[in-house]
Write a protein that binds this ligand. Structure first.
Ligand SMILES: [Zn+2]
Length: 406
């Protein structure tokens, strides 16, 4: 069958755009009848019939068993099957490598995690563990008859350069590391064109906002082994001229404050980062060396249990976190502020301190107020964001979708 024969006179670009409209509708809404797709997308019934026929023949869509329709006529719905395709995200955190494999429709297919022992300053040892995790997830997908159409490596560190590299990871003691090259050296069979390297923050921001159904302008801030943030304008993460936008950790908020690793004085991370919190709370440093994430989880539990020293440490940090958010909110007027990572569980205290010093026009209850919401994805946010972004890239390119599902 000639793919162009399906829609006759429309150009390739328009047709690709229309295919993407159909697929995006099915991802957003779930199984839908052709008439429902037509109503929702504004495409004509005939056009939807032709477009979906192409996708059904390519195995991207399948028909559900007919069910009773509104007028008693049985209704056949279309659902995304693409059961040869899988999307893989693998995250390198301060203590472990974790993986998530999903179908194009977002269904979770496989999950894995393995500790890397946090060998400080030794990227090769961590890359060995990363390669093992990728190999295992890859083999699991292959065994279930699927091909990985996209592999995103997620790091809790800034990414830049061309090809993209980790610019430095304080939690792992890394300077610049070319993670993708290191992975391809270990797994030479990996098709290089499907491998990407991304920083977790923009991915986590997008995934949390999608999970909270928060649209439009937003500020995201997250506290884990790293502190980071993102400015979201019109649903898109602002990258900035050099890809450094949203560096909430390095807003120099404390006048004449401590020297930060970045070279500035008084950065937010010097008063609200994991080291500052655990030091002030008098926490045992040993868990921190093993697993910063577990150490921070322990700290949050102490705050929630009203442990006096932990509460005092958190209150001192919250004042600075709120100040940074107030400055960014005044500058960008977001509809929501979303708190991610371990800090999410402490959102009420951040929200309280944030709302305590806002302009009258932007105070809670006003039509111009900014709402502060707790993120709901926890440590999964970056991985979720990675596979959702991969899905969106594939949906925007129906030709490669068809190729991978073959
Ligand atoms: Zn700094």
């Amino acid at each position: 069958m000639s793919p162009d024969g399906a829609t006759g006179q429309v150009s390739g670009d328009v047709r690709r755009h229309n295919l993407t409209l159909v697929l995006e509708h099915l991802v957003r809404v779930g199984p839908s009848a052709r008439s429902e797709i037509s109503d929702a997308t504004g495409l004509t019934r005939g056009s939807v019939t032709a477009l979906t026929q192409v996708l059904v023949e390519a195995g991207i869509l399948s028909e559900t068993a007919p069910v009773g329709g509104s007028k008693g006529r049985p209704l056949t719905r279309l659902t995304i099957s693409a059961d040869r395709i899988a999307l893989l995200g693998v995250q390198v955190a301060a203590d472990e490598v974790s993986s998530l494999t999903v179908s194009l429709a977002g269904e979770e297919l496989d999950r894995g995690s393995r500790p890397h022992g946090r060998p400080m300053g030794d990227p090769e040892a961590v890359l060995d563990v990363l390669a093992g995790a990728v190999r295992e997830a890859w083999d699991a997908a292959t065994a279930s008859g699927r091909r990985i159409a996209d592999l995103t490596i997620v790091v809790l560190a800034p990414v830049g350069g061309r090809p993209p590299r980790v610019l430095g990871d304080i939690a792992l003691g890394w300077e610049e590391v070319d993670v993708v090259a290191g992975l391809l050296r270990r797994l030479p069979d990996l098709p290089p064109d499907i491998v990407r390297l991304e920083s977790d923050i923009p991915l986590a921001a997008t995934a949390e906002l999608a999970a909270l159904k928060a649209t439009g302008d937003a500020v995201f801030i997250k506290g884990d082994s790293n502190v980071g943030g993102a400015l979201v304008v019109n649903g898109r993460v602002v990258r900035g001229a050099h890809g450094l936008a949203g560096s909430m950790a390095h807003v120099p908020v404390v006048p004449d404050g401590k020297l930060c690793e970045c070279g500035q004085h008084g950065c937010l991370v010097t008063v609200a980062g994991i080291d500052a919190l655990l030091d002030a709370a008098g926490d045992d440093p040993r868990p921190m060396r093993q697993s910063p994430s577990a150490a921070l989880e322990g700290f949050v539990a102490r705050v929630l249990a009203d442990d006096a020293r932990a509460v005092a440490a958190w209150d001192a940090a919250v004042a600075w976190i709120a100040r940074v958010l107030q400055i960014i909110a005044a500058a960008s007027d977001p509809r929501v502020v979303v708190i991610g990572g371990h800090w999410a569980r402490l959102t009420p205290s951040i929200a309280g301190a944030f709302q305590a010093n806002r302009a009258a026009i932007a105070s809670p209850g006003s039509a111009y107020a900014t709402e502060v919401l707790a993120g709901i994805l926890g440590a999964d946010a970056g991985l979720r964001g990675a596979v959702e972004a991969a899905r969106d890239r594939l949906l925007a390119d129906p030709a490669s979708l068809t190729k991978f599902n073959a």
